[in-house]
Design a protein around this ligand. Structure first.
Ligand SMILES: [Zn+2]
Length: 329
């Protein structure tokens, strides 16, 4: 897995310090949280060398991800790392099955019977582990990255554990505001859901031309996002969109114009996409001719409206690009 790309796509801040993984097999089944037990005055940059190269008796890389007190990640390696050490095979199997335990290995009196590095992706959270609490943004960053990895691997929150769960030798992670593991996993699961269904951000709305005010005070119509995703609102029908067609527009969609049973999506570069009964307004050659006649598309299209005979994209500099609405489909 490309950890930098995975984290950035989820919105985490990541510095790339990646080195190749340690020798040995790497078949991750879960995410393991740690704390670094480092001095709060420590400079995260100085510890990057330790995490990439390791130290006497602990060859690097020492962990896949280091989360600084500044809520920024340092990616150390995409491969196998020496972070988990000796641990209970029973718990590795529980994590593999998506049923990571709530109780520590010490409380369950579990013996170390295997080495965990093959199975776990580690996140070291910079924290002294003796009373220091997380600084603003660090918990959110930890949830964000953990959920992003889970999503990339197809895991639920039951694939996330702490070092203390897999071996009775360890007590990390531990900081004052760390919630119970039931609560922590509930928050991870909520973050997985949030990342899977990001809220839509609409850029325009068009009512259905004959739409009346509904008893609930709303109007039938369609809303569109910059990516060309259309949401049919308040009882009207959906006639398809760019997402459904698998099309990524070259330039963002800026406007939607409704017809009786369809709509046009208009892009900033004057691209026009017709759905339902909306006729294709012009051929590409005709559009180019209209742009030429208007003296060029000097400024991006920012909105569009229509009459019975024309679809009129409108540019930010005042340019109009009236497209005849023929019946040609
Ligand atoms: Zn640890």
């Amino acid at each position: 897995m490309d950890l930098v790309a995975t984290l950035r796509e989820a919105g985490c801040e990541v510095e790339d310090h990646r080195v190749p993984g340690a020798r040995g097999r790497f078949d991750p089944v879960g995410v393991l949280w740690h704390h670094t037990a480092s001095d709060p005055r420590a400079d995260p940059i100085s510890s990057i060398a330790l995490y990439t190269r390791g130290r006497q008796g602990l060859p690097g890389p020492v962990v896949q991800l280091l989360l600084g007190r500044d809520a920024k990640f340092r990616a150390i390696s995409d491969g196998r790392c020496n972070h988990a050490g000796r641990c209970s095979k029973k718990v590795i199997n529980e994590i593999k099955g998506g049923a990571a335990p709530v109780r520590s290995a010490a409380a369950r009196n579990l013996r170390d019977t295997t080495v965990g590095n093959r199975w776990l992706i580690g996140i070291e959270v910079e924290n002294d582990g003796i009373g220091e609490d997380l600084r603003p943004g660090v918990w959110e960053a930890l949830l964000c990255a953990t959920a992003a990895i889970c999503r990339a691997q197809g895991w639920a929150a039951g694939h996330v554990a702490g070092h203390l769960h897999i071996t009775r030798r360890k007590i990390d992670p531990s900081w004052p505001s760390l919630p119970s593991w039931v609560e922590a996993r509930a928050q991870i699961q909520a973050e997985i859901r949030r990342q899977a269904n990001p809220p839509l951000e609409f850029v325009d709305f068009s009512p259905r031309p004959e739409a009346k005010l509904r008893p609930d005070g709303l109007v039938e119509g369609w809303a569109v996002t910059a990516e060309g995703r259309v949401q049919a609102q308040h009882g009207t029908r959906h006639y398809g969109d760019l997402k459904g067609l698998g099309i990524v527009p070259d330039e963002p969609i800026v406007a939607i114009c409704g017809t009786r049973h369809g709509y046009w999506l208009i892009a900033a570069d004057l691209g026009v996409f017709a759905f339902g009964d909306a006729p294709v307004p012009s051929t590409h050659a005709e559009v180019m001719e209209i742009i030429r006649a208007a003296g060029g598309l000097a400024s991006p299209v920012v909105s569009a409206s229509r009459t019975d005979e024309l679809l009129i994209p409108f540019a930010g500099d005042g340019g109009q690009f009236p497209l005849p609405i023929s019946q040609r489909r």
